[in-house]
Design a protein around this ligand. Sequence first.
Ligand code: Z5A
Ligand code: MG
Length: 212
Amino acid sequence: EAEAGPSRGAFIVLEGLDRSGKSTQVQKLVEYLKSRGVEAEAWRFPDRTTAMGKMIASYLDSKSELDDCAVHLLFSANRWEKRSLMEAKLREGTTLIVDRYSYSGVAFTAAKGLPFDWCKAPEVGLPAPDAVLYLQIPPEAALERGGYGEERYEKLDFQRVVASKYEQLRDATWQDIDARKGPDEVQAVLRPIVDRMVQTCKQGRPLSRLWP
Ligand code: Z5A
Ligand code: MG
């Protein structure tokens, strides 16, 4: 156990296949935390508002083509460009509930066949989340939810490979959450986990770096 550091906000990442319900749960968690007087913000990657984010958005919409390696580095750079703001928010006590992070970055590019270690390399040194909450759902069940199939990666066979790459990223901060239930039931599972981590970070859990 590392020595306690200064009080700070918690860094919580939600991951999972497409349509597993990440964005829905992120919004609900932030509303919940705020209603309890906890300073909290919803973040997401890719952050499509930056210059790099706009290139990524155009690629995802199939409005532009990019080399697989180049787009991987863009996704990673999009996290690096937010790093100092992320760290400042955490230091000032704001809890960040983040929709996708480096795990998506590695899983999606590795699913295209690029070497796993190559995919991880540009993420090394980024702030590591205190918890990765993996919304687990069979790709077939996700397919039945609204809006599937509009973007580049939203194909069943590809999602199956992505799921197998996510499996290889599990570490001590990782928790599987059954995401086949309704939104409120999933939320009820997430809240106590997040509440506990907010407390732990308030008491000075040291922020670590990828990959521990
Ligand atoms: N990508 C990458 O390659 N490299 C990277 O480094 C990063 C990302 C960060 C865009 O991501 C793509 O970028 C993504 C990975 C890649 N590729 N794909 N495919 P994105 O985060 O912008 O993707 P998105 O468009 O937001 O979709 P999503 O994240 O996959 O969906 P979601 O957030 O998991 O689900 P949702 O929006 O909350 O819900 C989806 C629908 O299901 C919606 O109609 C809800 O009302 C419904 N829903 C939600 N929860 C439930 C429950 N519990 N029951 C029933 N229905 C539900
Ligand atoms: Mg989403």
